[in-house]
Design a protein around this ligand. Sequence first.
Ligand code: ADP
Length: 308
Amino acid sequence: MKDLGIEIINLHKKYDDVYAVKGIDLSIKKGEFYGLLGPNGAGKSTTINAITSLVKPTDGEVKILGKNIVSDFRYARSQIGIACQELSNDFFFPVEELLYYQAGYYGVTRKNSKQRIDYILNKLGLYEHRNKKMRMLSGGMKRRLQIAKALVHDPQILILDEPTAGVDVELRHDLWKYLNELHAEGKTILLTTHYIDEAELLCERVGIIDNGRLIVEDTVKNLKNMVNKSGIIIHTKENFPNLDTILKDFNPAINQNRIEILTKQPNLDLPKIILKLSENNIRIEDVQLPKASLEDVFLDLTGRKIND
Ligand code: ADP
């Protein structure tokens, strides 16, 4: 299909006699920001490494911008930038030099890549560290360098394996901001993460992956709506013996002065509940509307937590 940035068809990967990926299909539109969310060992890295030929699939096919990554590998490579988890063995080279080498792999001369490299060094907060050897960088700076390397040849498609794993909060927020800018520029971005907030905040669509299979995918909003959890929690100022009779239409769970109501439409039911309580002169201490998260979706589907 013409409007697809990345297409994965029936991907399988077997290591020895264990399947790490058991038939994954993904269609990611051009310009889309897509997240693969799942626990460690779910098959996320194997899936994205198959896109960049770091992993040879046991079965299945991958297309980049409509072209097969094996038969059109030069084209595919030129369109993809990948920041994978493992750091390559560039530890003794200065940051800036590594970026020039990387540009060289794509046939861009030193002269022609200078402007781009300066821009990326600045964007990723690496400019002042450009002469440091990679081994001198902190863990967070190394992650930035991985992303800088992925961007040197200005690819259409950016693939990031756990881009913020192990980095501090401030750097995470900087990286998120920059990824949003890249998305706004029209890049297709696929990231893997086991951080729920990262997937919820950044991604237009999220695929939840577990045990080598994509178990569900949709927009964050639709995924959260799948969970039968949205509710209302109200604490009253005093205990009232007949709360369950007063609120019988809402099927409440009551524990002393705590009322919990499960509803698919909290915004519509809340005013009605408050009205009922005030008609009965019941004073409210506080009201909470707990929101479902992608963790609840995963829990509902697998019975486990993502980061257990
Ligand atoms: P994730 O990225 O979601 O943490 P991976 O794709 O790295 O998951 O791993 C999926 C499964 O495949 C895990 O059980 C892992 O141990 C196994 N695996 C990954 N790479 C290899 C390998 N090179 N050899 C053998 N098993 C592997």
